[in-house]
Design a protein around this ligand. Structure first.
Ligand code: HEC
Ligand code: HEC
Ligand code: HEC
Ligand code: HEC
Ligand code: HEC
Ligand code: HEC
Ligand code: HEC
Ligand code: HEC
Ligand code: HEC
Length: 349
């Protein structure tokens, strides 16, 4: 009596409840029945030991925890016991399984085909990174939180560059002050379609990287930095040559001075720091790298990024002002003379 009264209610509740939540918990449990054992491992033909243990808690905390089951990635392993796979080394193992990521993250995967790392992967360089080298497999965490984690990811293989970067004006601001305005590795190189100095034209485009921030008035105001650096660079001989070469997509990427030739790249300092490559005491050495015969006068005659003003370069400023007055005056006079001449011709007919 009571049960026949409750039954419709139970059915109604059952229908209203959401479909079974995504993570296939039976699947996870079934796999972890064996793979939850810490001591589980195999010895590969290479002699390396491959642990087969999967940490349940780490997987649950990962970005995929509560979202994916084991067989979402291990689509080929639904039957137990599995057929042993013929992997010779741990690296073969990783290379075979990382392909699982592309099922759901195809956009990221296709970008990696354009990466500087890809030719190395394709020719079997064991050091070249695939998804799991940078992200992990069962313990994936958000890759950019905190932002300083990004350079640590690259640091695993690029120790020298990363250590230099950490001491630069940009790296210190990011790592010590948690400042998100400064660039980290992926702002300049990207994370998946990584570009580098050996890609055609890449180096020549680097001033645009710098300009994306250093020409941004809102951002630079916070640090009291001039945003004229880009404009003055482009108006300068070096900048003009760089733009010209870029238009012709010339390969001679080292023929003129780019921002990075004067300021450095991973080792950029404040311009007034003692070890700055552009501070007065060091600037001549910087110019001499390309102008071997340069003397003290050479570098001091150059106005760097200063807009000439009455204060910092009175002579140049005066000459410029004089030109600004003289040139329109002269052109105006010339036009007037031609007009008068024409008028004369017409009148004389
Ligand atoms: C009855 C125990 C058992 C269960 C349950 C089990 N496995 Fe395994 N698994 C093994 C053993 C043993 C190996 C080692 C096989 C070998 O190399 O001979 C292995 C190897 C693996 C490997 C790596 C090596 C390879 O051959 O590809 C993966 C990945 C794997 N299992 C995933 C899973 C997944 C996913 C599940 C759940 C669907 C699962 N396993 C369930 C026992 C188990
Ligand atoms: C997001 C995709 C993904 C999910 C989900 C996933 N795996 Fe894996 N698994 C991988 C990849 C990629 C590798 C190869 C990792 C490597 O070589 O470092 C791997 C390797 C393994 C291995 C070999 C040992 C090792 O750690 O390298 C076992 C065993 C395994 N997985 C079992 C499981 C089990 C059990 C689950 C569910 C709890 C699971 N996997 C969920 C992607 C996944
Ligand atoms: C079956 C589909 C599927 C597969 C296979 C898969 N993922 Fe995911 N991945 C997801 C989903 C769903 C999310 C969560 C997205 C969200 O929260 O917005 C996610 C999130 C991520 C994130 C975090 C993204 C962020 O914005 O913070 C990373 C990193 C990631 N996956 C890497 C991998 C890697 C590496 C592999 C291969 C080992 C892999 N995924 C395999 C579905 C998948
Ligand atoms: C060289 C290291 C590296 C490799 C290899 C790599 N990633 Fe990433 N990935 C990163 C970094 C670093 C970030 C964070 C980038 C940022 O925020 O600027 C990231 C971000 C992500 C994100 C979240 C943001 C987004 O773009 O959606 C996903 C998802 C992801 N990667 C998946 C993958 C997959 C799948 C592969 C393999 C096909 C892969 N990654 C290969 C380093 C790498
Ligand atoms: C697992 C190791 C590994 C990780 C992690 C890694 N790289 Fe690399 N990277 C390499 C290897 C190996 C090469 C050399 C490829 C070659 O010889 O062609 C390389 C080459 C490069 C180059 C080109 C260098 C040149 O001289 O042309 C750049 C740029 C680069 N990596 C940036 C990054 C960035 C940015 C990250 C982090 C998001 C990163 N790498 C993470 C291994 C790694
Ligand atoms: C402000 C932009 C910028 C940032 C930030 C940056 N790079 Fe670079 N990187 C460059 C430029 C430009 C070059 C080319 C330098 C040259 O050709 O003289 C380069 C060159 C490289 C090279 C190849 C040449 C070398 O010096 O070995 C690697 C590897 C590299 N970067 C990795 C990284 C890593 C890892 C990080 C993060 C720790 C990083 N870069 C941060 C702009 C940047
Ligand atoms: C993602 C934005 C961003 C990019 C890209 C960037 N910078 Fe910066 N840069 C900053 C910020 C923000 C500061 C101020 C940091 C501080 O003072 O804490 C700074 C500081 C500097 C300084 C020190 C100025 C001083 O004396 O205080 C120089 C020089 C510099 N950057 C040059 C460059 C060059 C050259 C490039 C290109 C290779 C570049 N930056 C790319 C954001 C950027
Ligand atoms: C030929 C060498 C040279 C080139 C090329 C160059 N700079 Fe400079 N830069 C200097 C010198 C020298 C200073 C020192 C301050 C001054 O005299 O204006 C400086 C100062 C700076 C400052 C500090 C400005 C301030 O307000 O204190 C920034 C930021 C900067 N440069 C960024 C860049 C960027 C971005 C580029 C490329 C678009 C670039 N520089 C190209 C030599 C150069
Ligand atoms: C990476 C190489 C490089 C560096 C560093 C460099 N220059 Fe140049 N510079 C050139 C080249 C190449 C030319 C000729 C083509 C052009 O106009 O860009 C040039 C042209 C010039 C000119 C035009 C007159 C002439 O001699 O042709 C002056 C002036 C000049 N540079 C000053 C400087 C000063 C000052 C510095 C140091 C702050 C400096 N340069 C650093 C490569 C460089």
């Amino acid at each position: 009596m009571l049960s026949s009264f409750l039954l419709p209610l139970v059915v109604a509740v059952g229908l209203a409840a959401p479909a079974a939540p995504q993570p296939k918990s039976e699947d996870i449990e079934a796999c972890l029945a064996c793979h939850g054992d810490k001591s589980m491992s195999v010895t590969l033909p290479s002699g390396e030991t491959q642990s087969l243990y999967v940490d349940r808690a780490a997987f649950a905390r990962s970005v995929h925890g509560g979202k994916l089951g084991c067989t979402d990635c291990h689509t080929d392993l639904t039957e137990v016991p599995h057929a042993a796979k013929p992997f010779q080394t741990r690296r073969e193992f990783t290379i075979a399984y990382y392909e699982a990521c592309k099922r759901c993250h195809f956009a990221n995967y296709s970008k990696t085909l354009d990466s500087v790392h890809y030719p190395a992967i394709a020719r079997g360089d064991r050091m070249a990174p695939v998804c799991v080298d940078c992200h992990g497999a069962h313990n994936i965490s958000p890759p950019n939180q905190p932002r300083s984690k990004i350079s640590q990811t690259c640091a695993v293989c690029h120790q020298g560059v990363s250590a230099t970067y950490a001491k630069s004006v940009h790296g210190r601001a990011l790592i010590e002050e948690k400042n998100a305005d400064v660039p980290t590795c992926t702002d300049c190189h990207h994370a998946h379609d990584i570009g580098g100095p050996h890609a055609p034209g890449w180096r020549l485009k680097s001033p645009e990287l710098c300009a994306s921030c250093h020409a941004n008035a809102g951002m630079m105001k916070k640090y009291g930095l001039s945003t004229n650096v880009m404009q003055t660079y482009l108006a300068d001989f070096h900048g003009m040559t760089a733009s010209l070469q870029r238009q012709q997509s010339a390969e001679g990427a080292r023929v003129t001075a780019l921002c990075i030739d004067c300021h450095g790249v991973h080792n950029i300092t404040k311009v007034n720091a003692k070890n700055s490559s552009v501070i007065k005491a060091n600037i001549l050495k910087t110019c001499q790298r390309c102008h071997p015969g340069a003397t003290e006068n050479f570098s001091s005659a150059w106005l760097s990024h200063y807009e000439p003003t009455l204060k910092n370069a009175p002579m140049v400023y005066a000459v410029r002002i004089a030109y600004m007055i003289l040139i329109p005056f002269m052109i105006g006079g010339l036009v007037l003379q031609i007009l008068l001449h024409l008028w004369r011709v017409v009148v004389n007919r």
